[in-house]
Design a protein around this ligand. Structure first.
Ligand code: GLA
Length: 402
């Protein structure tokens, strides 16, 4: 304090008044004093293994915005790291059948590498996941034009989709789960889409080793919405080679064939007697080089499967198992489709997290979604969202061992 003045002097009290105050205060304190709390007992094993979340700086965007990385850990030691930049999941640590924990999601070395992220590793995809033909669509007779970022078409929301924006993040810890609520307002006209879209995506890691994504959106003008998550998986461990030994079951009786630009032809074809029949467990390697024109055209699988469902709500879309680690992943979703993508565009060029570059088929994606190009395909379930309506979608990835 300046000039060595005491608090009493500074407030203008005389020495006697000051002393009186002290006496009164100490009496008051004495009266209200309760016995000190007993020393805290060391945490029980249950308390120790509670679900927790922590936050650390991740990087800085070219415009100076700092972004964070949230680390969620559940009671079983399963761990998810996700950034408020694009909602990108950078790591997913899951135990195998012997209890060994490995990172099973593909990613890039540093934050700066994620500024480009051509494969969309781990990111939230929006406002429209997958392709919109010729970068345009009509609602109520009005044409909207979008930037074309995939040949003649628009892919994953355009040049700056939801994978490249900074989301507001609100972490939470609950008794049986932990997570982050990401929110973002996409402006009217952003990437050509009409309407201010209020978007919320909640990542939840439960103590049952489920990682769920709850998507919610509202708009103030009619628009199209198709949100998904673009994590790539290798259940044998990131960097352990290709996923051709993984076994896939996809609960779909039909799929949507595509043309050269990977735009659906509009047909919904049965999977029966085609390499798209994954209704019984299939080792991917036995199908990836199939001579079927659709598999050749995509260089593997990059197709929307129509999820078999009896009623609305969560339906089992796919199950994947990896024989050497015995890890199993199940995908449940409220969406009508899932894009099964076998990393066909991975070409050894990226700064891959494990050091060794990612070759073709180093990972797979199961992107739950409405069908690609729905805004131009009247026969497909609609992706139009109107003012007053709510977009709600839920997907759960469950990890276990067999
Ligand atoms: C989706 C698409 C693929 C490809 C990847 C990203 O899975 O369907 O064609 O664009 O995203 O590389």
């Amino acid at each position: 304090m300046k000039n060595g003045s005491s608090p009493g002097r500074a407030s203008g009290l005389t020495g006697r008044q000051w002393l009186a105050c002290l006496l009164v205060a100490s009496t008051l304190v004495g009266c209200s004093q309760e016995p000190p709390p007993p020393p805290k007992a060391p945490p029980t094993p249950e308390e120790k293994s509670k679900n927790t979340i922590s936050k650390a700086p991740f990087g800085t965007l070219p415009d100076g915005t700092a972004v964070d990385l949230y680390t969620m850990v559940n009671a079983n030691g399963m761990e998810v790291r996700a950034s408020n930049y694009g909602g990108i999941i950078t790591a997913l640590l899951v135990p195998d059948s012997s209890g060994k924990v490995s990172d099973i999601t593909l990613g890039l070395k540093s934050f700066d590498d994620y500024l480009k992220n051509p494969p969309y590793f781990g990111a939230i995809i929006g406002r429209y996941g997958n392709r919109i033909a010729k970068g345009q669509f009509k609602i109520d007779g009005q044409t909207y034009k979008l930037p074309k970022n995939d040949g003649a078409n628009t892919l994953h929301g355009g040049l700056k989709g939801f994978d490249k924006v900074v989301w507001q993040a609100e972490p939470f810890e609950k008794e049986d789960s932990v997570g982050v609520i990401f929110t973002y307002t996409s402006k009217d006209g952003e990437e050509g889409f009409p309407g201010n879209l209020q978007t919320r995506v909640t990542y939840t890691l439960t103590d049952k080793n489920e990682l769920s994504f709850d998507y919610h959106a509202t708009t103030d003008k009619p628009t199209v919405v198709n949100l998904t998550q673009h994590a790539y998986f290798n259940l044998a461990g990131d960097g352990s080679g290709d996923v051709l030994g993984h076994e896939f079951t996809i609960f779909a009786n039909e799929y949507t064939p595509v043309n050269k630009g990977l735009i659906p032809t509009g047909k919904i074809e049965p999977v029966t007697d085609t390499p798209f029949d994954f209704r019984n467990k299939v080792v991917l390697g036995s199908r990836i080089n199939d001579t079927h024109p659709q598999v050749k055209l995509a260089g593997g699988f990059d197709h929307n499967f129509v999820i078999r469902r009896k009623e609305p709500g969560l339906a089992l879309a796919a199950r994947v198992s990896e024989p050497s680690t015995r890890r199993v992943m199940e995908v449940h979703t409220t969406e009508p489709g899932v894009q099964f993508y076998t990393g066909n565009f991975l070409d050894n060029t990226l700064a891959a997290k494990p050091g060794k570059p990612y070759a073709k088929h180093s990972g797979f994606c199961l992107e739950t979604q409405h069908y690609p190009d729905s805004p131009n395909q009247p026969e497909f379930p609609s992706t139009v969202l109107r003012p007053g309506e709510e977009y709600n979608s839920r997907t759960v990835y469950t990890f276990s061992v067999r």
